[in-house]
Design a protein around this ligand. Structure first.
Ligand SMILES: [Zn+2]
Length: 141
């Protein structure tokens, strides 16, 4: 399926604003983790055979992968919504993103990684609390 042309200025602005990398929530999580003294890799190419998948944040030695999923791109039940134009294309696109997320999760589990997946609407502090506790727990093993 071809990526549709934005059919109006509003849609065009919307498409432009839903960036997939370095989103504001992702940056906020990274900043707070760093502030708390955690050191991590960003946009980390995961060691999954046969496909190129990246984690937003990764602790490779501890085998922890963190994803901060955009509500729109990953089909959040609260903010996923319905596209007004090119609805079929978007539905397919988002469904395939969700399927790939599940696939990434199971491939990571297969190679002994821990997967932490959050929504961009999740509270940054609780997300970081969660990650920090996990990292500290696994560091001390
Ligand atoms: Zn959401």
């Amino acid at each position: 399926v071809e990526r549709p042309q934005a059919s109006s200025t509003r849609v065009r602005n919307n498409m432009r604003s839903v960036r997939r990398k370095n989103t504001a929530p992702e940056l906020a999580v990274r900043r707070l983790l760093f502030f708390r003294g955690l050191r991590y890799r960003v946009d980390y190419l995961l060691p999954i055979k046969g496909c190129r998948r990246r984690a937003d944040v990764a602790f490779p030695k501890l085998r922890i992968a963190v994803f901060v999923d955009g509500c729109w791109w990953h089909g959040c039940g609260l903010h996923g919504g319905q596209a007004k134009t090119n609805a079929d294309w978007w539905r397919d696109k988002i469904a395939s993103n969700v399927a790939r997320d599940h696939d990434t999760n199971s491939r990571l589990h297969d190679i002994g990684w821990i997967v932490c997946r959050y929504w961009e609407h999740d509270d940054v502090t609780s997300v970081c609390d969660d990650i920090e506790q996990l990292v500290l727990r696994h560091r001390s093993v």
